[in-house]
Design a binder for this molecule. Sequence first.
Ligand code: HEC
Ligand code: HEC
Length: 175
Amino acid sequence: MWSSLVLAALAQEAPPLVDPAAGTAAFLDVVQVLQSPRCMNCHPVGDAPLQGDLSRPHAMSITRHSPEVGLPCSTCHRVVGLPLPGVPPANPSWHLPPANQVFQGRTPAALCAQLKDPAQTGGRDLPALLAHVRDDALVRWGWSPGGRTVPPGSHEAFVAAFATWIDAGAPCPPP
Ligand code: HEC
Ligand code: HEC
């Protein structure tokens, strides 16, 4: 009969499904997407969202605090009514993430540690993060951004690389 101690030991020693080197390589592909403008522009260092392929600070001094002072993102990023020309997109959840979910200016090693720390992912563990990058409307917007450039590779390839990284035991690149 298996004791729970034996089962726990077996679980810990189960080899990863994917070679760690392949996992690290897949993570570097993930980083290329996270730091592409369509994603990074909403995951900035600091309080201002970024705009365009040069990731300049948002015009009109918009910050994460604008909604608190009566200027919701949806004033311009409209969900109802007529769309404003050139303004992305019609998406009900268009807003900035919490200030610690930063993709801008991080090394791959730092991003890796960050994604493995639920305190910096809105409480998501790795399976929940995978579901987020597969299903979330804002992530999916990145590949249909209305006349803007898209991240490198397809959304499917991005999700597959994310899964490969997790299956390899979520190895981090050297600092
Ligand atoms: C309009 C702004 C916006 C855009 C564009 C955007 N995100 Fe996010 N992102 C958010 C918000 C808001 C959250 C927090 C959602 C939550 O916690 O429920 C988030 C959370 C995340 C998370 C989980 C938390 C973390 O940072 O570890 C990941 C991963 C993520 N986004 C990836 C992406 C990727 C990949 C893209 C581009 C393809 C992207 N995001 C584009 C706003 C955005
Ligand atoms: C006063 C109108 C207005 C408000 C309010 C506003 N935006 Fe924007 N936003 C724009 C316009 C216009 C653009 C397009 C600028 C361009 O690409 O030249 C834009 C573009 C963006 C982009 C760039 C998309 C990309 O990848 O190029 C992001 C990110 C963004 N806004 C986030 C936000 C967030 C988050 C809020 C709320 C905190 C917000 N905006 C509030 C008008 C607004």
